[in-house]
Design a binder for this molecule. Structure first.
Ligand SMILES: C[C@H](O)[C@@H](O)[C@@H](O)[C@H](O)C(=O)O
Ligand SMILES: [Mg+2]
Length: 433
């Protein structure tokens, strides 16, 4: 199967009109996707996306177009027979890498393209991505990883040993996941722009649908946060898990002060308390506010940053992002590092398409890498799932393993047409849920 053409589309949903997804740093996000399709000389196509929140999505589309020549003309087999080599090829173009390397817009674009390649691969094998990965041998998984820059934290042999140790029990966990699903937490009650009334109504609705783990946005105004945290605790009680997310608004010492005032609400973690690049700042905050944990990852741009966060105790919960890291290959090595450092992976999913992706990733993590559910909950937010051809299935707050071949991010043609951004055209809310 030969890759013949790659298309990229700028898709934007007007979520800012209902303040879905709003937080202290991003008060008006329009959930958006730079949406890639890999066309082949056969009937199969691979679809992938990277997530943005509106303006700037066009930059990702342009960056995807710059990466496309690295793939066109290649056979799928030439890629899947050397996944690590393919990944280095995509991230290592001798001129293009200057606008990264492995960070920012170009890395978001890498992620969309790499995600689309894995979608095509999974479709060609007739399996959902989590199953494709879970059926791979430890050697094949390690063979998909570019270990450059992280061998001081994890070697290929150590990664192999982790995967081999879980081999004998993989099938048990596959059966358990098919029966019970993977646990999640939800952000859909706690968006910052929601009224108190809506916060209460959302909590009630989500609890009735099975959730007991909730995240609330904080960081705009302390008194306001105290009031909202009281409300959410009134609604969810004290046995449910509560998490907080500041989306990078504080300085380091300010984060410590602020969290002292919110400690009475017993958060499990505070997410993104400060700049996503400040490894030592996170470590300082974590030390000062323990036992409240520090979580980060949605803007942790590559495996090298994750390595430093783990080495420096800068995070206690790893929220890797399926569209921020350079796709599945880079995610694999971050999961393996997290396992070695004893850090739970709770992937970020507040955005369009991210829930569709993380279900596969968390299933793989449990089946092949972590082999435990302790402190593992994947994020879930309620928006835009109807736009996908194979919408995810939640049962009692748990992600049920997808059955359809691929990586679940193929969007319906109608949604793509309706929400394609044509530069200045007003967005509509017609088919939003
Ligand atoms: C703008 C977005 O909705 C963010 O608020 C969201 O990704 C959030 O940080 C999250 O953790 O889900
Ligand atoms: Mg967040």
């Amino acid at each position: 199967m030969i890759i013949t053409r790659i298309t990229a589309r700028d898709i934007r949903f007007p979520t800012s009109q209902t303040l879905d997804g709003s937080d202290a740093m991003n008060p008006d996000p329009d959930y958006s996707a730079a949406y890639v399709t890999i066309h082949t000389d056969g009937p199969l196509k691979g679809d992938g996306l990277t997530f943005t929140i509106g303006r700037g999505n066009e930059l990702c589309v342009a960056a995807i177009e710059s990466l496309a020549p690295l793939l066109i003309g290649r056979s799928l087999e030439s890629i899947t027979s050397d996944m690590a080599g393919f990944w280095r090829h995509i991230t290592g173009d001798s001129q293009l890498r200057w606008v990264g390397p492995e960070k920012g817009v170009i890395h978001l674009a890498t992620s969309a393209v790499v995600n689309a390649v894995w979608d095509l691969y999974a479709k060609s094998e007739g399996k959902p991505l989590w199953k494709l990965l879970s059926d791979m041998t430890p050697e094949q998984i390690v063979g998909a990883i570019d270990f450059r820059y992280v061998t001081d934290a994890i070697t290929p042999d150590e990664a192999l040993a982790i995967l081999q140790a879980n081999m004998a029990t993989r099938e048990q966990r596959v059966a358990e996941m098919i029966r019970d699903g993977y646990p999640s937490y939800t952000t859909s009650a706690g968006w910052l722009g929601y009224s108190d009334q809506k916060l209460r109504a959302q909590c009630r609705d989500l609890m009735s649908r099975g959730w007991s783990n909730f995240k609330i946005k904080v960081g705009r105004d302390l008194q306001d946060d105290i009031r909202r945290c009281k409300i959410i605790r009134e609604e969810i009680g004290w046995d449910s898990r509560l998490m907080m997310d500041a989306n990078q608004v504080w300085d380091v010492d300010q984060a410590v002060e602020y969290m002292k005032s919110l400690a009475e609400f017993k958060p499990w973690f505070i997410e993104e308390p400060t700049s996503p690049d400040d490894v030592l700042g996170h470590a300082k905050i974590a030390k000062a506010i323990a036992p409240i944990k520090v979580a980060t990852g949605e803007m942790c741009q590559n495996r090298v940053m994750f390595k430093q966060f783990m080495q420096a105790d800068g995070l206690q919960v790893c929220q890797l992002d399926s569209c921020r890291l350079g796709g599945v290959n880079e995610i694999l090595v971050v999961m393996l590092m997290a396992k070695k450092f004893g850090i739970p992976v709770c992937p970020h999913a507040g955005g369009v398409g991210l829930c569709e992706y993380v279900q596969h990733l968390s299933l793989f993590d449990y089946i092949c890498v972590s082999a435990t559910l302790e402190d593992r909950i994947a994020e879930y937010s309620d928006h835009l799932h109807d736009c996908f051809v194979h919408p995810l299935v939640m049962q009692d707050g748990r992600y049920m393993p997808p059955q359809d071949p691929g990586y679940s991010a193929t969007m319906k043609a109608e949604a793509l047409d309706e929400f394609e951004f044509k530069g200045g055209t007003p967005l509509t809310t017609a088919s939003l849920n």
